[in-house]
Design a protein around this ligand. Sequence first.
Ligand code: ZN
Ligand code: ZN
Length: 184
Amino acid sequence: MVHVKLIVDHIKDTPIMLHIDEPVDTFPLLASMQNVDGCSITGNVQGDISVVREYKNIRVTGRITAPLALSCSRCLADYTSFIDTNFTLFFRKEAAVAASAEDELELGEMDLMSSTYSGDDIDLTHEIEEQVAMEIPSKPLCNEECKGLCHECGTDLNTSSCSCSKEPVRLAFNALKNFKIAVK
Ligand SMILES: [Zn+2]
Ligand SMILES: [Zn+2]
């Protein structure tokens, strides 16, 4: 198993630039999400990451990209997409966090982006895969306006129409539609 690791002692006030170009197998979370919910990552996870020491913290900022193959959750059409995400994370040494509980107030919203590390290195593998996983759509759509398939006859309503209903049916609003029927 390959890991994207930072050696803490190497991180100084001058930013270190890190280029990442790793297969999906490097990231256990992403590997487990492959081919789930009509989505797979079709190439390497790539990124440019900058690491710098900032006071007691280590600041990691970067941009991660990954190519995707998806199946639309409405019309089932296959399409491709691309994850392109920016992130900022702060790492603090684990012991220092416990010893400085009163620092918590100063940090405030920064805590939301904070992680801790212990030992001599920081493994970015998990942080990177979480950034990518957050960008994978749980309900992929080939297009925000995708009309989907007719749930009666299966006609792709993006390319043709059918005579099942005069009103266009949007599968995304099924719940709303059922509600309307109920109150009629
Ligand atoms: Zn679609
Ligand atoms: Zn139909």
